[in-house]
Write a protein that binds this ligand. Structure first.
Ligand SMILES: [Zn+2]
Length: 188
């Protein structure tokens, strides 16, 4: 199957929220590989859950973005997640300029859906294991370069508990590349 057809089939599956089919396609055509059946099954399960979280949630940072644009960004983010970013997508092209309703450049906008799903998946895992690790706190780490905004620098000074009300991407972020922060478990 050529790459363009594969992308189209994955997009069709994502539009129908048939995430198992989308992940199956990525595995079948060699974009997902695992060293063993057990780890392959674990990866498959994680991928399906990741897509469920991504298509079922909107980061606060993108709350003002029109619904149809959000839908398009999710499809791009889904393709990036399953096929990787090394090869440019053939069936969608990223818009120029900035994302409507935000200060974020359109080229970076789909990443906000990936980062939000990563955040939600990580929080699920941590909450499942909370009993094993009482006293766990979460620190925020920024990308650490000159492009990080003041709001993200402030957030990085905070320590959160598992059930505190916070999320990534940082809803107050003003970075042009979007928020690139991630959570880091800590005991302090
Ligand atoms: Zn920021």
């Amino acid at each position: 199957m050529d790459r363009k057809t594969l992308e189209r089939l994955i997009v069709e599956a994502l539009q129908k929220t048939n995430f198992t089919r989308a992940v199956d396609l990525a595995f079948t055509y060699g974009y997902r590989t695992a060293p063993s059946i057990a780890s392959g099954l674990e990866m498959w399960t994680r991928d399906v859950r990741f897509l469920e979280l991504m298509f079922g949630n909107t980061p606060w940072l993108l709350a003002a973005v029109p619904q149809d644009v959000q839908g398009q960004l999710r499809l791009i983010a889904g393709l990036w997640h399953l096929l990787g970013k090394q090869e440019a997508l053939q069936i969608v092209r990223l818009a120029n300029g900035h994302l409507p309703g935000t200060h974020i450049g359109s080229h970076w906008a789909p990443d906000m859906f990936l980062r939000h799903a990563e955040f939600l998946a990580m929080m699920e895992t941590l909450r499942e294991r909370a009993a094993q690790r009482p006293g766990l706190r979460l620190a925020i780490r920024t990308a650490g370069d000159d492009f990080v905004c003041q709001a993200c620098r402030q957030m990085a000074k905070m320590r959160y508990k598992l059930h505190d009300d916070f999320e990534l991407p940082n809803p107050l972020c003003t970075c042009k590349m979007g928020c690139r922060c991630h959570i880091h478990p800590t005991i302090y």
